[in-house]
Design a protein around this ligand. Structure first.
Ligand SMILES: [Mg+2]
Ligand SMILES: [Zn+2]
Length: 189
């Protein structure tokens, strides 16, 4: 089984401009390409897990989301980065689009996307890591039994006093060095 780094998208891979859905609004955060290449060379499978409640909220369509995702993956591939899977949650309990208005199992902090990825891609969750910019990401990592939940400051404002993250760093750029020195064990192992 493969160890993985789960990446939240907005605020980790690209600048969070709230409900990014257009290619022209998508800006990769500095250092993301280098960090992804390094994580790959360290043997980590890269998986993106992203809440996209803008679809349920009627702000953009699933089709537009998929177009942006295809473009993002092409940009990453040009940089030598292979994303094994992109998992997204289009739902929200208060959504205005009936098809997506539900209290689902995939919206972070719930672990549905991580568990699905683990099954489909053969991932070893207990030796995998998540990088996110919100506490919902951290909670999803906990709920999926990941080894490590890393919070970055490149997106949403971080509160170190209340955060349940294991580590807080500036951005994804800092993660390869962190994982090279960290002993990755499941809590209690
Ligand atoms: Mg985010
Ligand atoms: Zn969902």
């Amino acid at each position: 089984m493969q160890k993985a780094v789960f990446l939240d998208r907005d605020g980790v891979v690209n600048e969070d401009r709230e409900y990014v859905s257009r290619i022209e609004d998508f800006r990769f955060i500095d250092g993301v390409f280098e960090a992804c290449r390094e994580l790959q060379s360290m043997g980590y499978t890269l998986v993106i897990v992203t809440n996209q409640s803008g679809i349920a909220r009627g702000l953009y369509s699933a089709e537009r989301y998929h177009r942006l995702t295809e473009w993002m993956l092409a940009m990453l591939a040009e940089e030598g980065i292979d994303i094994a899977g992109v998992y997204y949650c289009p739902h929200h309990p208060d959504g205005v689009v009936a098809a997506y208005r539900q209290d689902c199992r995939c919206r972070k902090p719930r672990p549905g996307m991580l568990l699905q990825a683990a099954t489909e891609l053969g991932l070893d969750l207990a030796h995998s890591v998540l990088v996110g910019d919100k506490e919902a990401d951290v909670e999803a990592a906990r709920n999926a039994g990941l080894a490590l939940a890393i919070l970055v400051r490149s997106g949403w404002p971080v509160n170190p006093a209340t955060s349940r993250a294991d580590v807080i760093v500036d951005s994804l750029r800092d993660v390869p060095a962190l994982l090279r020195t960290a002993e990755i064990h499941r809590p209690g192992e």
